[in-house]
Ligand binder design. Structure first.
Ligand SMILES: Nc1ncnc2c1ncn2[C@@H]1O[C@H](COP(=O)(O)OP(=O)(O)OP(=O)(O)O)[C@@H](O)[C@H]1O
Ligand SMILES: [Mg+2]
Length: 429
């Protein structure tokens, strides 16, 4: 069982900001329950383009500042972080694994072996596997199993989503963190982290999509029957809206950003016709008064375009009809008025804003949807630490009998991206 007092740090390296969340792992009744937030560091970042590190020096500096801020607030020294990654280089594909059950009853070690087996597929050398996410397990002929441990049978199969990323993009994230003297325990897909922070168990069960609209990317992840069935990163976000406003109203980018925050609305018809606002000029032109409706009419088509791409992805995934809990929106861009209304119109299902849950402590500092990824990374890390410790305390597994199916391909030297991850993780904390 995880000991009270274990510290975990989520590091969200976003296109507009770096956010570090320091938290303490809380467990109750022998299960991971929640995290207590002890400190938060949130600083602007200009080193990324569309979710990918494009300037190592400037990203490193933002990480340094965010970590310092979080460290001072929490009063603990930060050495190890769970870092996020996004960008259109991320891909998801399905993969199955099959093993023989070692002792007629599925153990945690059998589950680990079957997921290792699902991981053992050839991928190009410039890519690496980030996650093997189980969708469902089959024990002998019985399908749809979420938790196979303890079930009787002779054959265990896993259907999983394999998330891969460009190796260089992952290395750049690690490099920036290491330059600040940090160790990266794991690089985590950002929408997976956001979902960890904002979803309820019920939503995962009945089917839900999380759409994280940040500054440079829109991340989409789908849960059906409690498991992840698809994940995607679209390289467009709130910064495109700001650029449209700057061009459309002929105003500096900083003013466009300010106007978007203060007066923006994603649905033109929600804005009364008589509202006006002052728009500063660019290149020496004087400020002028413009109907607020004009601002909304610039924003609406761009947001509509983002939701239309999301809708297309939901359709192409084949799971559109199974998303009974609808869509949960997070990321800073969803703070704008009219986002849920326009989302419901275009996606044709219920849409709500997602705020981080499952936390206590300094929750006021991480309450907004823009903190979903950072809080989710801390929660993801807390769960990883908890599981590593639970695994450690488990009795030694029975000797594994010969595996079936693809298991042999691992013996043929298929590279594993994170050899001995659990052992290493334990050592890091
Ligand atoms: N009140 C607001 N109204 C409208 N937009 C907002 C508001 N607050 C923040 N945003 C927008 O949210 C975006 C930043 O969101 P977020 O912090 O989630 O992005 P990020 O994590 O840095 O980027 P990404 O996840 O794309 O790499 C910016 O485009 C910003 O303009
Ligand atoms: Mg983000």
């Amino acid at each position: 069982m995880a000991k009270q007092g274990e510290i975990v740090v989520g590091l969200d390296i976003g296109t507009t900001k770096v956010c570090a969340v320091v938290a303490e792992v809380k467990s109750s009744g022998g299960d991971f329950s929640e995290i207590e937030i002890l400190g938060v560091g949130n600083v602007p970042c200009k080193g990324l383009r569309k979710g990918v590190v494009a300037n190592v020096a400037s990203t490193t500096e933002s990480i340094r500042q965010a970590i310092e801020e979080a460290q001072n607030m929490a009063g603990v020294e930060i050495r190890t972080v769970f870092a996020g990654i996004a960008g259109s280089h991320v891909r998801a594909q399905t993969s199955n694994g099959v093993v023989a059950i070692a002792s007629n009853e599925v153990t945690r070690s059998d589950v680990e072996r079957v997921l290792e087996n699902a991981r053992a597929i050839p991928i190009p050398t410039d890519r690496q596997i980030l996650h093997v996410l189980p969708c469902e397990y089959l024990v002998d002929t019985q399908d749809g199993i979420r938790e196979p441990v303890g079930m009787s049978g002779v054959r265990l199969e896993a259907k999983a989503q394999l998330i891969t990323a460009a190796r260089s993009c992952v290395e750049n994230v690690i490099k920036c963190a290491e330059r600040v003297g940090l160790t990266v325990a794991d690089v985590v897909l950002e929408p997976l982290a956001s979902a960890e922070a904002v979803l309820t168990e019920d939503e995962r069960e009945i089917g839900v999509a999380v759409v994280d609209i940040g500054g440079g990317t829109t991340d989409v992840i789908l849960y059906v029957d409690g498991g992840i069935v698809s994940a995607n990163v679209i390289p467009v976000g709130g910064m495109s809206v700001t650029s449209d406003i700057a061009a459309g109203l002929r105003t500096p980018m900083a003013e466009a950003e300010r106007l978007k925050h203060a007066r923006g609305c994603a649905l033109g018809r929600m804005v009364p016709d008589d509202e006006e606002m002052e728009v500063p000029g660019v290149g020496g032109y004087p400020a002028r008064r413009v109907p607020r409706r004009v601002l909304a009419d610039i924003i609406e088509p761009r947001v509509e375009e983002i939701f239309a791409v999301v809708r297309r992805q939901l359709e192409e995934s084949g799971y559109l009809e199974q998303l009974s809990a609808g869509v949960v929106l997070c990321g800073g861009a969803v703070l704008m008025e009219g986002m849920t209304e326009l989302g419901e119109e275009i996606l044709g299902m219920p849409v709500r804003r997602g705020y981080p849950v499952g936390t206590r402590g300094l929750t006021d500092l991480t309450h907004g949807p823009q903190f979903a990824t950072a809080v989710g990374l801390a929660r993801y890390g807390a769960r990883a630490i908890f599981l590593a410790q639970a695994r450690e305390e488990e009795p030694a597994p029975m000797p594994a009998s010969k595996a079936v199916g693809k298991e042999h391909s691992r013996d043929q030297g298929m590279p594993s991206d994170r050899p001995g991850f659990w052992g290493w993780l334990k050592a890091a904390f």
